[in-house]
Design a protein around this ligand. Structure first.
Ligand SMILES: *Cc1c(COP(=O)(O)O)cnc(C)c1O
Ligand SMILES: [Zn+2]
Length: 393
């Protein structure tokens, strides 16, 4: 039996557990241990399977083969607003438009080895991602959504034809219920398989920008923040990088349990009463990996901040109009968060910081301003000429 088959370890207390568990007996989440010897970055990968030797044994089929390998590029037009040198890690380039594809790809590919059904509790990017990957692998898939899900959110999931259940009652409590359903591989937001896939985001950032000073990303369950932390820790332990970059995590002010705990010095977040926010993808009032996300921010010298909807709206618009990036509101919090960090003087203007664009805005219809003018065909040459000439002046 290879080391890779030997089960899970608790990041916090170090106890070992069998591979089918999600949480340690201490209550904290588990993750897959990795041998430092397995790590070599070797430039920009075509997809995350370049790092297969650091992942649980898997059988990727269809679009699961194409997750990861996303672009990382400099976006100097955002520097002035962000107060640092901005680099974009464009996770919207994943097959279904979000970083969730990394975790879904690995989870579905592991389930495919035993032709086991998969299951998830999500009404957004994670549900769409798991359903699409399962469809391509020919696996059965169940998705638990809240009973009041609006049709415009249900459609993008339903097109992949998973078994959908609209569940009444406490949606948050379903997270644990799903882990206990026998026979199905639960691919919830912070399960070890998902974290294993999503840690490759850190590997790709390190391969492209080994000297990054910081990485900023939105945080909800804390699963992805844990994954990025795990990836950088592994690289540091293998001496591939000197030390992990500072991890800056951003929440919406309407639902900010992790930011509140960070400010108060608590080691685990308390459940909050969530308000409405345009960043609906990051509105978990009781984050299952909250303690782990706090540890990630603190141990890397980072921070957790909260930003309001107005700042998120402005950041989303700035990403589109200055950098041509269609980010969903939750993803735009990365830029809004940088602005907040700069305001608190936690960034230097020459810091190289990677802002992770976690999910596409192409499924959203952001409100736009006034209607564009309507003109006749005869007037086109003059109107366009005047407008563009006028802009130049
Ligand atoms: C899921 C999601 C997040 C938050 O990730 P967690 O692992 O739950 O913390 C951030 N941005 C987008 C676009 C997401 O879909
Ligand atoms: Zn433990």
């Amino acid at each position: 039996m290879s080391r890779r088959d030997r089960g899970l370890v608790c990041y916090d207390c170090g106890r070992r557990a069998p591979a089918d568990r999600a949480r340690c007996s201490c209550g904290e989440p588990l993750w897959f241990p990795v041998e430092p010897a397995a790590l070599a970055l070797n430039g920009h990968p075509a997809n995350l399977w370049q790092y297969a030797s650091t992942l649980p044994p898997a059988d990727p089929i269809g679009i699961a083969r194409t997750a990861g390998g996303t672009p990382l590029f400099r976006a100097a037009a955002l520097d002035a607003a962000a107060g640092c040198r901005v680099h974009i890690k464009d996770e919207t380039a994943n097959p279904t438009g979000s970083f969730k594809d990394r975790g879904s790809a690995v989870g579905v590919a592991v389930a495919a080895r035993g032709t086991r059904p998969v299951l998830t509790v999500s009404h957004g990017n994670m549900a769409r991602s798991v359903a699409a990957m399962a469809a391509a692998a020919g696996l059965e898939c169940a998705v638990l959504v809240p009973a009041d899900i609006p049709p415009e959110r249900l459609g993008p999931i339903a097109r992949f034809d998973p078994a959908l259940f609209r569940v009444e009652g406490d949606y948050g409590a379903l997270y644990d219920d799903a882990l206990d359903i026998d026979g199905a591989v639960a691919l919830n937001s912070d399960v070890p398989l998902r974290v294993a896939g999503q840690k490759t985001l850190a590997y790709e950032i390190a391969a492209a920008l080994p000297e990054a000073d910081g990485v900023v990303l939105p945080v909800s369950s804390g699963g992805n923040a844990s994954a990025v932390w795990k990836g950088f820790r592994e690289l540091a332990r293998a001496d591939v990088i000197d030390e992990p970059p500072a991890l800056y995590l951003v929440q919406s002010a309407a639902c900010a349990p992790i930011a509140t705990a960070f400010d108060s010095g608590a080691t685990r977040p308390a459940t909050v009463d969530a308000g409405e926010t345009i960043a609906y993808s990051i509105a978990n009032p009781d984050p299952p990996s909250g303690a782990r996300a706090l540890a990630a921010a603190r141990e890397t010298g980072g921070a957790v901040v909260a930003v309001g909807d107005e700042a998120i709206r402005r950041a989303r618009a700035r990403l589109s109009t200055r950098a041509g990036i269609a980010a969903e509101a939750a993803a735009a919090t990365s830029l809004a968060g940088l602005q907040e960090l700069a305001r608190r003087e936690l960034l230097q203007v020459d810091d190289d910081v990677v802002a992770v664009m976690t999910g596409t805005g192409l499924l959203e219809a952001p409100e736009h301003g006034e209607q564009p003018p309507t003109i006749t065909r005869e007037a086109v040459a003059e109107a366009v000429g005047e407008h563009l000439g006028g802009r130049e002046a």
